[in-house]
Design a protein around this ligand. Structure first.
Ligand code: NAD
Ligand code: MG
Length: 359
């Protein structure tokens, strides 16, 4: 089976002609959607809370900024780009009561629809465009004439225009320059959670820590262990990114390649069974319920887990070594805030917090 890809020429721009899009939130995704839409000729209003720190940024960028309720009242399309954990409260209080008849409600990730946190009326169009990249790239790649690929889905189409408008939105943010693929809210949410838990964020960090601890507990130098288990990983992943596992194996030594075949499966023994359990917890809603319960209890467990991993030895050793490698543009993370490690210089755009990349 080959998935159908949608490119610029497959999409009718006219589906959004004369319509106003309310972009709710002006963070990682919000600023990029708002700016790309405007550059594509679409009328944009940014919806933010009265006291939001993002207001100044959106106003300086020349946008009309309104409360979420007012922006929703003005809009034919409402794109919800506040954090997933805040969406239900914002939707219930400010979006739902103010949606225009025929409005298209949009998301960039399916969590709140898939797990029934947000339950739009049957008369509301519901669509999704989920860019497969962080917001700052969505913007910079668009400005350079390219696009970030995206998934799109239509959950409800009572007006009969939701699908065409969702695709036109994907085109307006530049995604159809790279290619857009159809999915469902269910598939996008479950695969996204699985990827970040089993591999991209959870699986990889657990493997890195296990390898680092194995070497340090065996008496090897922690600095050496850092280079071996974290620093070099990027170099290996870059090879995979360009040419798959085959190119990585082409580039490493025969000894490394042989060791990959005989020892990799030993390390990964039982991993697939565990991954299936992780996937089951996602599909059953057990993970979502746990995460929602943690937030409703004030987030204590989340903060404890965060603190524990932040103090891991590999983070202490790594920060010192990276500070000596300014060419890496190193970033130091304090209490959830990311800052350039250098006191002067560094990238002018500022670092993108790692937590904003997946999800
Ligand atoms: P973010 O944390 O970067 O931005 C949040 C924005 O919402 C900020 O402007 C903040 O001021 C505003 N906000 C926060 N609470 C609010 C409230 N109660 N009322 C009004 N505004 C509020 O969020 P993000 O990472 O851009 O995520 C937005 C959506 O995009 C999520 O659904 C996420 O899953 C999805 N997404 C993110 C990425 C990514 O790379 N960051 C990629 C794909 C999809
Ligand atoms: Mg993701």
């Amino acid at each position: 089976m080959t998935a159908r890809m949608y490119y610029d020429d497959d999409v009718e721009k006219s589906a959004l002609e004369g319509q106003t899009v309310a972009v709710i939130g002006y963070g990682s995704q919000g600023h990029a959607h708002a700016q790309n839409l405007r550059d594509s000729g679409i009328d944009v209003v940014v919806g933010l809370a009265e006291g939001s720190k993002s207001r100044k940024l959106a106003e300086e960028a020349g946008f009309r900024v309104a409360t979420v309720a007012d922006a929703t009242r003005q809009a034919d399309v409402v794109m919800v780009l506040v954090p997933d954990t805040a969406q239900k409260a914002v939707y219930d209080a400010e979006i739902e009561p103010n949606l225009k008849p025929g409005a298209l409600l949009m998301f960039a990730h399916g969590f709140n629809i898939r797990f029934d946190r947000i339950k739009p009326d049957a008369g509301v169009d519901v669509g999704m465009v989920a860019p497969k990249g962080p917001g700052h790239l969505l913007r910079s790649v668009y400005v350079a004439g390219g696009g970030v690929p995206a998934l799109f889905a239509v959950e409800q189409d009572p007006s009969g225009t939701a699908r065409a408008r969702t695709l036109a939105y994907a085109r307006a943010i530049g995604a159809t320059r790279a290619g857009v693929l159809e999915t469902t809210f269910k598939e996008e949410t479950e695969t996204d959670l699985f990827g970040e838990q089993a591999l991209l964020c959870g699986g990889v960090s657990a493997l890195i820590k296990a390898a680092f601890e194995t070497l340090v507990e065996a008496g090897y130098q922690p600095e050496l262990a850092y280079f071996e288990t974290m620093h070099e990983l990027k170099l290996i992943v870059d090879l995979m990114y360009r040419g798959g596992l085959n190119f990585m194996r082409f580039s490493v030594s025969d000894t490394a390649e042989y060791g990959d075949y005989v020892s990799g499966p030993r390390v990964a023994e039982g991993v697939k069974a565990t991954m299936k359990d992780v996937l089951s917890d996602i599909q059953s809603g057990a993970f979502a319920n746990r995460w929602i319960a943690v937030q409703e209890a004030g987030g204590g467990e989340f903060q404890e887990l965060r603190k524990r991993d932040r103090e891991h030895q590999i983070e202490q050793v790594g920060a010192e070594l990276r500070a000596q490698m300014q060419f890496l543009d190193p970033v130091v993370v304090y209490a959830g805030e990311a800052q350039a490690a250098a006191t002067s210089g560094g990238s002018s755009a500022g670092p993108e917090p790692a937590s904003k990349v997946a999800g």
